[in-house]
Design a protein around this ligand. Structure first.
Ligand SMILES: O=C(O)CCC(=O)C(=O)O
Length: 291
């Protein structure tokens, strides 16, 4: 199934379109068997069979798969639980596209597995570089649709070209029930009428820039999920000051090393890698936003 996106992208190379719009769609990257394997792995992850997830409500063996997975809005860092999720982070078609928009040396630092059953909220306007600050503005997301992502079930919306000024807009807490508890960006020179929904068929991938303003709306479908795996990447040449500097180091040296090299070489391999994050759930609004 091919779902048309409302976006009219300029023609040109993948890298040209990415530079112009801040995003590019890779059609039909994963086939049905790859998708089925990832959906089955999602069940195992949500059942806790592959390891503990901070904040998750334990399921009982008597719970059906549906009962188990629909409790989750999103699991952060599934690649730390699952070899399949880790292998998907290295998907050759995605990595090839990443090297075209980032450069030959690419590392990953985050994965997020969205389940988002009907009724679950979206995420307000934001820029990923606000949360994951690279030094060289190379942050790139690969958002893999595991189900058809539609306006009804809460696909992503983007503000094309909003990455180009290279500005991180201010953010604030909000009480909008359409969105989860994550802060929202505001005071940017675009309105909702500039926004474009990115409808994707299952197996297609949206690659987007860390400065691109994007959001998602709730899953308003009557039944079903909007499952997606979002992986984040950047240039391996850039330090990643995602954590406070450790004792004895300065902000200029801060470098998050809980990373996975997916292409080329890591000039900082001499530092080794270290575990800084563990799998956890993303809170939705059901328990209120803990502030
Ligand atoms: O999938 C969603 O609903 C939100 C994902 C998102 O905003 C992101 O990956 O940065």
């Amino acid at each position: 199934m091919t779902l048309a996106t409302a976006s009219a992208q300029v023609s040109g190379s993948l890298a040209d379109r990415y530079d112009q719009d801040g995003y590019v769609i890779l059609e039909n990257v994963l086939d049905r068997s790859e998708l089925d394997a990832l959906l089955a792995e999602t069940v195992r992850i949500c059942r806790g069979e592959l390891g503990e997830i901070d904040g998750a409500v334990p399921s009982s063996p008597a719970d059906t798969d549906d009962e188990v997975i629909r409790r989750f809005l999103c699991v952060h860092y599934p690649h730390k639980l699952s070899d399949l999720m880790l292998a998907t982070m290295r998907h050759p078609v995605v990595v090839d596209a990443l090297t075209q928009v980032i450069g030959p040396n690419v590392k990953a630092m985050q994965s997020m597995l969205f389940v988002k059953a009907e009724g679950k909220p979206g995420q307000a306007w934001h820029q990923d570089e606000m949360f994951i600050p690279t030094r060289d503005r190379s942050l790139t997301a690969a958002w893999i649709a595991l189900d058809d992502a539609t306006v009804e079930n809460g696909c992503l919306w983007v503000l094309p070209g909003s990455h180009r000024p290279g500005i991180i807009y201010p953010n604030r807490e909000h009480d909008d029930p359409r969105y989860d508890c994550t802060v929202e960006s505001y005071d940017f020179p675009y309105s909702d009428t500039d926004a474009v929904p990115v409808q994707l068929s299952a197996g297609s991938v949206l690659l987007f820039n860390g400065y691109l303003l994007h959001k998602s709306l709730p899953n308003t479908g009557r039944h079903g999920y909007r499952r997606a795996l979002a992986n984040h990447y950047m240039s391996a040449e850039s330090l990643l000051p995602w954590t406070l500097p450790d004792e004895g180091t300065t902000m200029a040296q801060a470098d998050f090393r809980d990373v996975v090299l997916v292409a080329g070489r890591d000039p900082y391999a001499y530092k080794g890698t270290e575990e800084r994050r563990r799998p956890r759930i993303r809170p939705d609004r059901e328990g209120g936003c803990d502030r």
